[in-house]
Ligand binder design. Structure first.
Ligand code: PTT
Ligand code: SF4
Length: 603
């Protein structure tokens, strides 16, 4: 089979055994890779009601047919499992040399079952698979652990690692790599910790089988050149995702003081221009000529890699306008292995609860020291930190007194860095993202603001679905980085050409979108299987955006209209051919080639 190795590595940590499972072209064409493979495996193999932190959960690392090829930004991997934070499907995407090595070792995916009886790490070198002792690594941060493993196994490998947060089962701990790449916001790092697995090291030495190696190389060269020639390339290289900060503030959507406002008076202290002044290096994922990880020295003089989301949540959202202090929090989150988005969201919630006198702890808006204390307490589950480590939804239920209305999450996953008081379409995007409130499936907000942000119309819903198909469906399954397309305007037309050269197959966009719909519907059904009451009530954004208008900035007074939002949600279900409660119908599942799923759910 060209394009795919056709092999999945299976590891059972309890039995200390590994095996190789082959899959056929039909599976590959139907689910492509990455998220597609992950959800299919979880749907088929994970019994309903599995405790996400039990040995029975499956931790999946999955690449796709374009990963690791000499093409634009192809060094990415999806990490997935049943989420301990939400109880539904969870995944994330990180750039790492491990993605390339996995493909070169001869596999598209690793599925890890069971639990090691002592702290361990997994060592994969082509067909050699070993479970090794990680006792001395347990309790260390991701930076030291990765350094140690590279010292032992050499530089020519990829490392996936968790920090103390993952070990301590903090429910929003991701998996990290290369000191600043993080993926798996809904607790994939906690799932890894629950398996006593500190790290995975992969060394691959084989060629990835492709249909037209010369054609692919040539296409890759042209693609890199095309990206470099784009008008916005130079500015991207200067600021990367940090350029979004100024735009978000000017557009009244920069999360500020726990998403109560969309503008931050001190935004200039943390924006892309400020970052440029402090920048000491640029890092990034393998095979990418857009290297967007901007590194500055933090307030303690250590290097920290910044991204817009990190700064939005650990900066404006907690009232902190000093980039070097934000960088310190960012570095600690990377080292301890916490998701920056969820961490900043929860710190904002705690500061607000403290200011309102709802908790006994005293925390001030904008205090980096307080934020550090909270971060440390959640990582090490000290005192109230033990509650915070369960996520903002759980914390608000414990705090009570109406705080649930301003606990900023959907389905238990904390919102990422977009305030939606004046962006009803983005509120719908958060609410219908298939892992909870993340922008990865549909970053509708830039389009929404550029068109008509106050409308609640069909055009907006159609755009949302299109973005979910392209971003959440295709890029998560190819698996490559979506930023060349979304940020510098690299045309989507390249991708069927890449797929043709890699697999020898002709893919049309209609077929690809159908694949994306299949993946999305299956994820939706996974949630339904876990939660019998799953449906419309789950697709609502936080009450704050409906009930408490913005009090500052050019859009002062704006909030989301609940009735119009619900109408838009109904349109969304209709356009997706789901029922009025948001569940894919039997006919839809049959059209997508998933009749067995309809049967299993009794639809
Ligand atoms: C992603 C989420 C994001 S989205 C950011 S910044 W962003 C945060 N980064 C974190 C971090 O850093 N450290 C940390 N401890 N936690 C972090 N949590 C947050 O995680 C990232 C880039 C970015 S930067 C984005 S948008 C794009 N995301 C992609 C995606 O999701 N899919 C895809 N096919 N391509 C993408 N390209 C871009 O990758 P999650 P990375 Mg990330 C320090 O993981 O769970 O998906 O959440 O992968 O290698 O760090 O690159 O303004
Ligand atoms: Fe990684 Fe950034 Fe390149 Fe995407 S654009 S592959 S996130 S370095």
């Amino acid at each position: 089979m060209h394009g795919w190795n056709g092999q999945i590595l299976r590891v059972d940590l309890t039995k200390k055994k590994s095996s190789v499972q082959s899959y056929d072209k039909d599976f590959a064409l139907k689910f492509l890779g990455g998220r597609g493979f992950a959800i299919k495996i979880l749907w088929d193999e994970l019994p309903k009601g599995t405790d996400p932190l039990s040995p029975q959960n499956k931790l999946i690392f999955a690449t796709g047919p374009l990963t690791g090829l000499p093409l634009a930004s192809s060094g990415k991997i999806v990490v997935a499992a049943k989420s301990p934070l939400t109880g539904g499907y969870g995944d994330g995407n990180l750039g790492t040399r491990a993605a390339v090595h996995l493909r070169k070792a001869g596999y598209e995916a690793i599925v890890i079952d069971g639990k090691a009886d002592a702290p361990s790490y997994l060592y994969i070198e082509d067909s050699k698979v070993e479970i090794l002792d990680a006792k001395t690594l347990w309790g260390t941060g991701t930076f030291a652990a990765e350094d140690e493993l590279i010292k032992k196994h050499g530089k020519n490998c990829g490392v996936l690692v968790i920090g103390q947060a993952g070990e301590n089962l903090v429910k929003f701990a991701p998996v990290l790599s290369q000191k600043g790449r993080a993926g798996g916001r809904p607790g994939m790092g906690a799932v890894m910790g629950s398996k006593n697995l500190k790290a995975v090291i992969i060394k691959g030495s084989k060629d990835i089988p492709v249909s037209d190696p010369d054609g692919l190389k040539e296409l890759g060269k042209q693609a890199y050149k095309d990206i470099k020639g784009k008008e916005s390339y130079d500015f991207w290289i200067r600021q990367g995702t940090m350029m979004a900060l100024e735009w978000a503030n000017e557009s009244s959507c920069l999360p500020t003081y726990n998403y109560s406002e969309g503008v931050f008076d001190e935004a200039k202290g943390i924006d892309g221009y400020r970052m440029e002044k402090l920048k000491v290096a640029r890092r990034g994922c393998p095979d990418c000529n857009m290297q967007c990880g901007n590194v500055i020295k933090d307030v303690e003089g250590e290097e920290a890699e910044l991204d817009y989301e990190n700064v939005g949540l650990l900066g404006s959202n907690i009232g902190l306008g000093d980039l070097e202090k934000v960088a310190l929090l960012n570095r600690l989150a990377d080292d301890w292995g916490l998701d920056t988005i969820s961490a900043g969201n929860i710190i904002g919630f705690v500061m607000e609860a403290s200011q309102k006198g709802l908790i006994s702890e005293k925390y001030e808006w904008g205090s980096a020291d307080d934020a550090r204390t909270i971060l440390e307490e959640m990582t090490f589950r000290k005192g109230f930190g033990n509650v915070l480590a369960e996520g903002v939804k759980y914390t608000s239920q414990k705090v009570g007194k109406g705080s649930e209305k301003w606990a900023m999450h959907v389905k238990g996953l904390e919102c990422s860095a977009y305030d939606c008081h004046a962006a009803p379409g983005m509120a719908l995007a958060f609410a219908t993202s298939c892992i909870g409130a993340h922008h990865k499936d549909a970053w509708l907000i830039s389009w929404e603001i550029a068109t008509d942000r106050s409308s609640y119309n069909e055009e907006k819903v159609a755009k949302l679905i299109e973005l979910q198909q392209i971003r959440g469906g295709l890029f998560e399954s190819f698996v490559t980085c979506r930023l060349p397309w979304i940020e510098v305007g690299f045309s989507l037309d390249w991708y069927p050409k890449f797929l043709k050269a890699a697999t020898g197959e002709d893919f049309t966009f209609d077929e690809l979108k159908k694949t994306a719909d299949r993946i999305y519907a299956l994820v939706r059904c996974f949630w339904k299987r876990e939660y019998p009451d799953f449906g419309k009530a789950w697709d609502m954004p936080p009450d704050r955006w409906f009930e408490e208008p913005l009090t500052k900035g050019p859009l002062k007074g704006t909030k989301v209209d609940r009735d119009r939002y619900v109408k838009m949600l109904n349109m969304y279900y209709e356009m997706r051919d789901w029922d009025s409660n948001g569940i894919p119908t039997r006919k839809t599942l049959e059209t997508l080639g998933l009749p067995d799923v309809a049967k299993a759910l009794n639809i």
